[in-house]
Ligand binder design. Sequence first.
Ligand code: GLN
Length: 551
Amino acid sequence: MVETKYIFVTGGVASSLGKGIIASSIGKLLQARGYNVTIQKFDPYINIDPGTLNPYEHGECYVTVDGHEADLDLGHYERFLGIETTKANNLTTGRIYKSVIDKERRGDYLGKTIQVIPHITDEIKRNVKLLGNSKYKFDFVITEIGGTVGDIESLPYLESIRQLKWELGRNALCVHLTYVPYLAAAGELKTKPTQHSVKELQSAGIQPDVIVLRAEHNLGESIRRKVAQFCNVNEQAVVQSIDAETIYEVPILMQEQGLDSIILEKVGLPVDKTPELGPWRKFLERRHAAQKKEAIHIALVGKYDLQDAYKSIREALSQAGTYNDRKVEVDFVNSEKLNAANVEQTLKGMAGVVIGPGFGERGIPGKFVAIEYTRTHDIPTFGICLGMQCMAIEFARDVLGYTDANSREMDEKTPHTVIDIMEEQKSITNMGGTMRLGAYECVLRKGSKACQAYGEEHICERHRHRYEFNNEYKEQYEAAGMKCVGINPESDLVEIVEIPTLRWFIGTQFHPEYSSTVLKPHPLFLSFVKAAIENEGNQGASQQVDKQQED
Ligand code: GLN
């Protein structure tokens, strides 16, 4: 056990440079050297958490095991490091202020004027150290600061880092990520934006210890030397991060430039061992081979036409592709545009279809159309959360004969609410953080496809929903062929439905995608992609399932 070291990752020049990937890569490399590492993120916005944000604003909302609605970067942390994060790993300005204001109301600061410095900065510092002093005994706490240096919102965070660097001395360092643009007309790479952003950091009293330069082109030694010279950083501590084929290459690319050694040296730890990256490299090799093969196409039916909106699902599918030795191409299908006239043409070539999670009525009819098509054409289908609820509704309408079946979320008055509001949700009026959130146990029916996929009967998966399968209809579903094969042992809630007579037709009320990691892909995604690959041979030839036989 070493004294906890703190690494702050800041960003300059532009947003979306991949601070989360750099933080995760540093974490991975330190972990590969045997250290116990965690990563936390501070988001400088005023929402308490991203739970109430539209995915268009901030991408997917990730959920931790302890039920915190979190920034999607926590997904990267978990996928890279194979660790579980918690509420303590993601804070926002809103939460920091709320905590300070709550304390003020309680009288904790009685007599004092509450100010950004020291009260807000102290609260930020407290939350950084809280992880370091936690029972997990982390050797390294990596703290990523969202946003870009120079933003008004970032100032209290920078001031906190300045103070912590001063207090912690050698046990703290700052890694600053910037961007080096290439001006095609001049044929030149430009370091000026980096110089300016480092100056900005310095004017906040922070000298970066390491600079990571994001670039589309190889930077060469002279650029790195120039940055080192202008920014008071040793040349070895200026590394480049150029576009990689996959984000999972980044730790290796960083290691090749000695980023982990530089960090260890700076915090005074020995650089004697070599990092154990064997399994990681094996994954990359397997992925590389898989990517060379012809891709199978998986449709992702949803309403948010944005890469980041279904980040964890995309990653889980891609990982499952690698472990099935095939490239998976995810084709987004906008459910708002899907209808009976175009469904065949849209989904025909798909080896499998994922019906995505979501909220609200927009795009729902398209999801029903997709499900009816895949169910009656026996195309492997994976419904996640709202996707599972849509599977149940579509089945009720088409097979059970309740043409007005719906979820209470979409239709308050329907007599057939096969998806209903949870009892404990009825009295809740606040929107933020009030859903059924976090990991819950689930017991699987022996012999079911889901149970075969997991290879075990007891599982635990993460939830984020307000509505649930209505148990009053359970027997009718069972009798008609949609089986409720995953049940919460405490509440008796249905967590998984499947139609066993079909190739692969499973819906989960939980979000399995959140727990699929690079070295431990999720069993349901593995089995779904496997089924999709097997189905591929039947493309075009897939016959409409005889409805009589199915009913
Ligand atoms: N809107 C649905 C519910 O609240 C599903 C949520 C989801 O897909 N995450 O139950």
